[in-house]
Design a protein around this ligand. Sequence first.
Ligand SMILES: [Zn+2]
Length: 385
Amino acid sequence: MNELTPRQVLDHLVGFPTVSRRSNLDLIDWLESYLASHGIEAHRHWNEDRSKAALFAHVGPWEAGGVVLSGHSDVVPVDGQAWSSDPWVVTERDGRLYGRGTCDMKGYVAQAVWALVRAKHQGVTRPLQLALSYDEELGCTGAPPMIAAMQAVLPQASAAVIGEPSRMKLIHGHKGGTGYHVHVKGFEVHSSLLPYGVSAIMEGARLIGWVNAKNTEIQARPITDIAATFYPPFTTLHVGMIQGGTAHNITAADCKFAVEMRVVPGEDAEALAAEFEAEAARLDAALKAVRSEAGVTLERFFGVPGLRPEVDGAAEHLARQLTGDNSTGVVSYGTEAGQFQEAGYSAVVCGPGDIAQAHQVDEYLELSEWNAGLRFMENLLESLR
Ligand SMILES: [Zn+2]
């Protein structure tokens, strides 16, 4: 295949409707053969049922210490959104590139693919790698196995740039998080017989009470230096969505709710999760003592490590040099950067576009952001020569 321009790569990528619930293999097949046509061998890491794959590749000397450009292949759905143009076709109007994923984050991925092919043809003295995950939008579940597979096959890069939309600002920290689906199972009796049944709602409320008390406890603690950079400057726990009960005079058989924790990096997110699990186990035992059918079950549906600001980090140093941005910032959304860092890479978030446009109807990437992203890649290629 001819060498495509970044914009042509973007047209291809957006044309694959890689919504997280669907397979991404059409995109991966295309990208793998495009890279192969330029002499770049890519490697796949499959998910369990082989309906999706991550792709990673290496260009340059076969040695450690390179740069990895990382993004995700999946996008959020367009169901129920009234788009002004086909979401799966990049449409340029009013200085913007419209299309699902142009901002989050196929714009960056297109530029990274272009840079990798350019690096292959121009030659580089320091390795450049590409890593493309799946299931990011489902709670960053695809990256950890991809990173492990990559570390087994490729020499380890030293700096990872995760191109989530940051308006090309250098983001060196974000909170980590975890979430639970909670199911409290009660036992139905007429409410006049309350002590002989189990109200899943009233018992679930005890667990929600624990969450509230934990927020109060956390907010009473002194604010650490890292925490001070976040808004709000502390870890938060939240209960979203709740359902349960059938009538005012029946003890509820079921109560379901979701608990989410957003943890300041450097704090022990696993310890907090363990405390919550222990509390749920205590309640479970108490309910079973009343009715053996009752109890509490937890399903942990995501867990993402925070991104800890590094002291003199290689990725931060690189991104600073390429963007000329001397500021640093933190964001409140989770990314795969924390997962790269946990696996031993120096990592930052830096990519074109504004997170405000991600996931929206008529998602777009401003051309000025697109151009800033391209300058980043051109400067990167120059620095790798
Ligand atoms: Zn994203």
